[in-house]
Write a protein that binds this ligand. Structure first.
Ligand SMILES: [Zn+2]
Length: 73
């Protein structure tokens, strides 16, 4: 609530848009923001930040994520 968004929060070096998912160890094509569909989901779930980096408690979050999204692979 207290946070104000500046008009252009993007850095200036956006001319080179990544075409691949920025998540660590992923080389899939990005489709949303800079993520592949799978990692976009991760981002939405808070598993990774927008740079694709994992938080220190990633393992815990990932396990919670998996238990929420159990699916037959
Ligand atoms: Zn990915």
């Amino acid at each position: 609530m207290a946070k104000k968004e500046s008009q252009s929060p993007k850095p200036d070096n956006v001319s080179q848009l990544p075409t691949r998912c920025v998540a660590e160890g992923c080389s899939k094509k990005s489709s949303r923001l800079s993520f592949c569909p799978e990692h976009f989901q991760w981002f939405k779930e808070g598993l990774i930040n927008k740079e694709g980096s994992r938080p220190s408690d990633f393992d815990k979050k990932y396990q919670a994520f998996q238990s929420r999204h159990k699916s037959a692979a």
